[in-house]
Design a protein around this ligand. Sequence first.
Ligand code: ZN
Length: 292
Amino acid sequence: MKDYLVKAIAHNKQVRAYAAITTETIEEARRRHDLLGVASVVLGRSMTAGVILGAMLKGEEKLTIKMNGGGPIGTILVDANAKGEVRGYVSNPHAVPGLNQQGLLDIKAAVGTNGILSITKDIGLNHPFIGQVPIASGEIGEDFASYLLQSEQVPSSVGVGVLVNPDSTIQAAGGFIIQLMPNTEEETIRLIEERLQTIPSISSMIGEGITPEQILQQLLGEENVSILEKSPVQFQCECSRDRISNAILSLGSEEIQDIIYTDGQAEAQCHFCNESYYYNREDLETLLKVGI
Ligand SMILES: [Zn+2]
């Protein structure tokens, strides 16, 4: 099944809901960055949340998530947009986690809870919109729920999950965000809370190969959900040789001459997708002479 996201409304438009399966997207991130277990879970959960937040944007709008809780994973950076494209990295893809009291990977300790989750939205205005909250849980999902409540004043339930195979590949990844509109009745809130407490965790749902539509039906009750839209999700980086060439040109001709004399070559790597761009002497001389 290709990755995709669905948007829905529920309970007579009192509730907005999103769900996505992101298995292939997170597997591509794992492969590109050589992520090991805990880093796959941390980046996978963050990218899945990013994809869903991206689906709340329009047209060319985009957002950047930055999280650093002081744990061994370091900084988590994710870019997402309204087209279902997402990319991201963590500073330490090989972070070695401890186990928590349940004998599971200790995600909270890997992320750390001493820092900030910040989301920068570029919605085409002169200044980007920046929202920040302290990292309270380190489990990612709850931190995004806290961001949505505190920074955007929308009560939300966020569930993101990543299952890793014994050989480190991604078995399944996905998540949901459910949001209450200002007019939501007490009775609806009670129904949703009750259901959220009794349904299986997002990790066990995705482990069974569930679709995004089924996630929302399980969460909210099939009879309450209307699916509005279905759209593809993928790992996509906007780096290119032209962009890297521009970055090299911005060093100035003196600096480039210096690289030609000392190293005779240059290699640049994109943080987001780990793609390498190589320039030999001739490439650099051409850049200097004619630009890109
Ligand atoms: Zn890239």
